[in-house]
Design a protein around this ligand. Structure first.
Ligand code: IPM
Ligand code: MG
Length: 375
């Protein structure tokens, strides 16, 4: 394998703690699996603002363009909430998505059997769950203009955000969902609010067009977002691949995360379009946020970050077997009954953030040996 450079963006809150565990795993792959990953670290989010006055400093953006893949922890926290919009930590992350053109956000929600009882939903609703939310990431009310808050002459304040999509934006995200579905169960549900919002009625029609012209073998259904939220907690296993816009995807993916037991379990990949050198810009991050309330206590769950690294191995580096190993190691650790606080259950053994990372390292050695024997 050729040398690959990973840019680490630990960010704020629990971000640095969970990314530190991923670094141990990266080192393990270099030592034991013949990979040649190098890493460097850059500031993004609140910490970047504190150090440079900008949540996405130019140095970070330059490094991001050069890297083969990015691994981000989390951004944000109460400390920066009163800053003006452009200076907020979230702008760092949104800026990265926009500048790198990361339009396709892939958020799998897989329920590990050992965690089926950690969810707030009943076991039989979620056991065996394996769905993927494909969220459009560079359009919608997140980036649409006009936007902002103004004060009218009579003193009334008026806030505006604009939901906007163009047909090419809908086509490219629809294709990502259909391609993914072709490797899975050939079933896509597109989520919109076509009964109220014209923008999403256009979305529905354009997704259907791409299905009819390019992906005839895919079973495509459409659902309104309010119903989709309800169906996700009522019977999530009816879904396979869901595709939706930025704001609906933000909301539905948090909902889907809880189906898996904890927000601390859900990884994600954000991918752009291949450039002329054949490189696909890619950022991997846990879906959970910076969790400022538990930051620095060593109790955060690093699994979503470790699984995000597994997605990096699979999607950016075509190292599916290595991704499998890491996912198997996580499964094994959960089966051993090791739990961070967020997924703690009766009879399980509570471990710290680094305790969980170390346990996954140990399990990696075991599953790697087993897979060598099997080969
Ligand atoms: C997410 C987060 C971000 C988003 C925030 C931190 C800007 O909630 O990745 O889901 O809204 O996209
Ligand atoms: Mg979110």
């Amino acid at each position: 394998m050729t040398h690959k450079h990973i840019l680490l963006l630990p960010g704020d809150g629990i971000g640095p703690e969970v990314v530190a565990e991923a670094e141990k795993i990266i080192a393990w792959f270099n030592q034991h699996r013949g990979t040649h990953f190098t890493t460097s670290t850059a500031y993004v989010g609140g910490i970047a603002y504190d150090k440079t006055g900008n949540p996405l400093p130019k140095e970070t953006l330059d490094a991001a363009h050069k890297a083969d893949a990015l691994l981000l922890g989390a951004v944000g926290g109460p400390k920066w909430e009163s800053l003006e919009y452009a200076a907020r930590p979230e702008r760092g992350l949104l800026g990265l998505r926009k500048e790198l053109g990361l339009f396709a956000n892939i958020r799998p929600a897989i329920c590990f059997d050992a965690l089926a009882d950690a969810s707030t939903l009943k076991r039989d609703v979620i056991a065996g769950l394996d769905i993927v939310i494909v969220r459009e990431l560079t359009g919608d009310v997140y980036f649409g203009t006009p936007r902002g808050v103004e004060t009218l002459p009579d003193g009334t304040r008026k806030g505006v955000n604009t939901m906007v999509y163009t047909s090419p934006e809908v086509h490219r995200i629809a294709r990502v969902a259909f391609e993914l579905a072709e490797k899975r169960n050939k079933k896509v549900c597109s989520v919109d609010k076509a009964n109220v919002l014209e923008c999403t009625e256009m979305w529905r029609e354009e997704v259907q067009k791409i299905r009819n012209s390019e992906y005839k073998s895919i079973a495509l259904s459409h659902m309104y977002v309010d119903n989709a939220a309800m169906q996700l907690v009522r019977n999530p296993k009816q879904f396979d691949v869901m595709v939706t816009g930025n704001i609906f995807g933000d909301i539905l993916s948090d909902c889907a995360a809880m189906l898996t037991g904890s927000l601390g379990m859900l990884p994600s990949a954000s991918l752009g379009a291949k450039d002329k050198n054949g490189k696909t810009p890619a950022l991997y991050e846990p879906v959970h946020g910076s969790a400022p309330d538990i930051a620095g206590k060593g109790i955060a769950n690093p699994i979503a970050t470790l699984l995000s690294f597994a997605m990096m191995l699979r999607y950016s580096f075509d190292l599916g077997k290595d991704a499998d190993l890491l996912e198997k190691a996580v499964t094994a650790v959960l089966a051993q009954g090791l739990r961070t606080a967020d997924i703690m259950q009766d009879g399980a053994t509570k471990v710290s953030t680094s305790g969980m990372g170390d346990a996954v390292l140990k399990a990696l050695a075991t599953v790697a040996k087993e897979s060598e024997k099997a080969a």
